[in-house]
Design a protein around this ligand. Structure first.
Ligand SMILES: O=C(O)[C@H](O)[C@@H](O)[C@H](O)[C@H](O)COP(=O)(O)O
Length: 261
């Protein structure tokens, strides 16, 4: 069962990042209080990294027990370890290097100079196996139940590295696949698939900026997931779009309350 999208519109992208960071802190703290741990999937891109940078500065940041947080990625650029364009590199710079995470619980996607070499499909299969190992009997299928899975939304409605009409968005069985020829550079990537994304309790889609207005309107107007992958990104308990006014500017007004003050 997946959930209809809820929308929260913020005055601007800075406020959206700060509010989303506060929302994530609360979600992690609640999960750790009720289950003893929390599991979050990070996203790359400006909005994803903006949220992490805001979290690093958040007054309540260290209410999180960083040692009991599992971090996964929704996608990764298939580049050598340490490449500045890798999502994990940017996440480390924005937040991860500043907090006391348990390195065993930080699950970066394989790099292009790792054990699988340049074989992105083998790297994807290895990450799928890592996810399956982390899944327990209470989970839905071969991935752990993520408390929050975050996704930046591309101007073409892509999420993670699932691009409109390309093979990865059509995948219905595997949880992780390699992407060849992605329209957003770099062309070779590793990505969760929609079945893996939909295993999450909550899916949060981050869309800020004028360049996301058309994508948000398309994805929220009933478009199909093959043509608009963001439309297929739904959580089991909640699907939440976090936007700024610019990204919400083409949405019908009855879809959401007025932006925050
Ligand atoms: O590897 C990536 O590039 C991201 O995971 C990608 O899915 C990103 O989230 C969107 O393209 C939005 O990026 P912006 O927030 O920079 O627009």
């Amino acid at each position: 069962m997946t959930t209809a999208p809820q929308l929260v519109v913020h005055r601007d992208k800075e406020l959206m990042a700060r509010a989303a960071a506060a929302r994530l802190i609360t979600k992690i703290v609640d999960a750790q209080a009720s289950r003893g741990a929390a599991s979050v999937v990070l996203t790359g891109g400006r909005n994803g990294n903006g949220l992490l940078a805001a979290l690093a500065e958040a007054p309540a940041r260290d209410a999180v027990d960083w040692g009991r947080l599992d971090l996964w990625w929704g996608d990764e650029r298939f580049l050598p370890e340490g490449d500045p364009e890798r999502n994990v590199t940017q996440a480390r710079e924005a937040l991860l290097d500043a907090v006391p995470l348990d390195p065993e619980r930080v699950h970066a996607m394989p790099a292009a100079d790792g054990p699988h070499g340049a074989d992105v499909d083998a790297a994807a299969a290895a990450y799928a196996e890592e996810l399956a190992r982390a899944a327990g009997p209470e989970n839905h299928g071969p991935v752990p139940t993520f408390d929050v899975l975050m996704l930046g939304v591309g101007p073409d409605t892509h999420v993670a590295s699932l691009f409109p009409e390309l093979p990865a968005v059509r995948e219905t069985e595997r949880t992780v696949v390699g992407v060849h020829g992605a329209p957003k550079p770099p062309p070779t990537r590793v990505t969760l698939t929609l079945p893996a994304i939909r295993a999450a309790r909550e899916v949060w889609l981050l869309a800020a900026g004028e360049d996301k207005a058309e994508a948000a309107a398309i994805a929220l107007s009933g478009a199909g997931e093959i043509q608009a992958p963001a439309a297929g990104a739904r959580g089991r308990a909640r699907t939440l779009w976090l936007l700024d006014s610019a990204a919400a500017s083409q949405l019908p007004r009855d879809l959401y309350p007025p932006a925050s003050a």
